[in-house]
Design a binder for this molecule. Sequence first.
Ligand code: TTP
Ligand code: MG
Ligand code: MG
Length: 422
Amino acid sequence: MRPLRRIAHLDMDAFFASIELLRYPQLKGLPVVIGGGRRKADEALLAAQPARDPRFIPVADFPLLKDYVGRGVITTATYAARQFGIGSAMGMMKAARLCPQAIVLPVDFDEVRKYSRLFKSTILEIAPLMEDRGVDEVYIDFTDVPGGQREGGRVLARLIQKAITEATGLTCSVGVAPNKLLAKMASEFNKPNGISIVHEEDLQGKIWPLTCRKINGIGPKADEKLATLGIQTIGELAAQDPSFLIAKFGKATGAWMHEVAWGRDDRPVVTSSEPVSMSRETTFERDLHAVRDKAALGAIFTELCNKLAMDLARKGYAAKTIGIKLRYDDFRIATRDQTLDGYTMDAKTIRQVAGQCLKRIPLDKKLRLLGVRAATLEKSEHLSKISEKDTFQLSNRAADQANNAQAAPERVANESPGDQLF
Ligand code: TTP
Ligand code: MG
Ligand code: MG
């Protein structure tokens, strides 16, 4: 008899922040946020005390959120900081009002990459079927791994958790379920440092009471639309006739919503670790206006495109989709993307396509942030020679992600750690 399918989703706890706590263990248990984008603050701290071991820098010497001046957003926060209502993607100034005494540190991408590799290689030593889903999370197929069926997967999950903590000093949370969809939800149930086991028969008790937003792939827009239809929970979604959902959301999305509400998902765990997308973005020092600050904005835009092209080249990828993201001064986000007929890794082409995307966004308000993204990636070595001419015949896909509930997750995995917030 085929063993039951058991899929785990493992996600590191407060990843970027926990990495800083390894360097500064004296901050354990305190509210700490990561954000601001630069290492200035604690470089100054260390420069002032060059001979000192970072572990012995007094807590009182660390920069506090209340003294932060700048326009960054919070990347993540320790669980102690989350008790004050602070979370990812929140503006630093807002966070400072919620918890002025929180310590603020910048992200160290080299360390993030190091620990990301380390925890993944630790898993691979125990369970060979692992799918990389970004900087701090993976799916693991437990089905045929020793211990993977015991207590629904809890025995293996515990073993992996312990191995990761021994190798890295970091904690993670694991959900084990019949498929990826349910495992992803389950890994959040007992965060931090938790394990949660979900069986098919738990659908009604554990999954249906959750809000639809908990489904990986239902983003804010789709959630809002569901709410206007009187559908708040996954159970309510499951109770809808598929034809009703199809009428409201289109054939693919409607049918997909029905399936996921019933906990069905047969996507395999894919072991290759290809990135989903790459992106570059920046928060401006001050809000910029599309017309009045055209030159400054244009220069930043070009630089982002150049950097993105370099990222692609360095990692050996070409992209078929180029997109942009911007955040207005009222914090609202707009995205647009465009799919090319061919693949490109050329900075000029990226800039031109991104520029066309920008033209499709209303630019009446000031901007805080601008980002450029490359998706539908292919290893450049797999591509036959693509001429510039080919790459630049655009097929103008009306891709307003914001108005369109996609069957794919709205927030793509974190990708490589240098790429933020797309
Ligand atoms: P998450 O796994 O979403 O968050 P987390 O690990 O910090 O906290 P949790 O315990 O809830 O899992 O993201 C992993 C890292 O990715 C996070 O530490 C920082 C980074 N990140 C961003 O850069 N931007 C974002 O919007 C989010 C959500 C995360
Ligand atoms: Mg995490
Ligand atoms: Mg994560």
